[in-house]
Design a protein around this ligand. Sequence first.
Ligand code: AQP
Length: 327
Amino acid sequence: MKRVLSGIQPSGKLTLGNYIGAIKNFVALQHTHDCYFMAVDMHAITVPQEPEALKEQSESVIALYIAAGIDPAKATIFLQSHVHQHAELGWLLTTLTYMGELERMTQFKDKSTGKESVGAGLFTYPSLMAADILLYNADLVPVGDDQKQHLELTRDLAQRFNQRYGDTFTLPEPYMPKVGARIMSLDDASKKMSKSSPNQGSFITLLDPPDVVRKKISRAVTDSGREVKYDPQHKPEVSNLLSIYAQCSDLTIAEIELMYDGQGYGPFKKELAERVVAVLEPLQQRYHEIRESGEIYNILRQGAGRAIEQAEKTLRVTKEKMGFLVL
Ligand code: AQP
């Protein structure tokens, strides 16, 4: 069975972008693959986090995984910081990473531009992400479009290590959804929907109440036309809403275009909001049940146990190959 690994940062409330681009795929993959899904709290601290908020958000990510349908009996669900081997392999791989490679990362440029001070962790974070993946010898990594570049670096590092020290790491492949790999912001379709955006209206969180979802979608920026048509180049805002609609229904984009032919944006946005609410409401109900059950800590303990077993094996071999004295 092929192995899958992926994670989400507990750096804010998870968005519909995280759901469509990541979690939905996680749920599907658990039936056919050996899956490891984590909340990457060590990545979250590459930008400042309030300690209480970090704790709450970490627990929330895990509860959302389960509420969305990830079964802890099938997939290994854990917190990155519970498996110290990530930090250790992260350091080993940082020493193999070139500055020029990190400087080319567009996510670093996006997140650091205009900031007065930028932590070194934000810069070296792709090496830690490589460690996350290589520790488990993952074959497939479900990622949104924005993470593809980091995955390419992971492959380069794996190859570099294998060439220098002998075959050790599996080269992971990206697993990208066909539609929804990049859900864009509701206020600016040139930016991806991001949970840490300062504008609350730019994203829909998975825990937004129905009325908030309706309001955010009704206020979503469109264009001055009235044609519901998928054309990312000329109609990026409407195309983004169409992608969300398709992902929250069983309909194809072509079918949705046909449904709203000649009707303008009003009815389209109204029904889109209802489709999103219909996905979120049952998820939110399960989320609250899980939080109240107090089961999260047990699930995390179990998940960490399984993850550590695998991670420690890889780390040991890696250190031996690099010439560390391993006891
Ligand atoms: N807008 C998006 N469309 C499709 N997929 C997305 N993902 C994130 N945003 C979108 C996918 O979700 C997974 C987890 O992402 P992450 O939280 O670890 O990091 P991120 O990509 O930096 O997500 P955010 O929401 O933008 O977080 P912040 O604002 O904290 O940086 C990844 O697979 C990602 O592709």
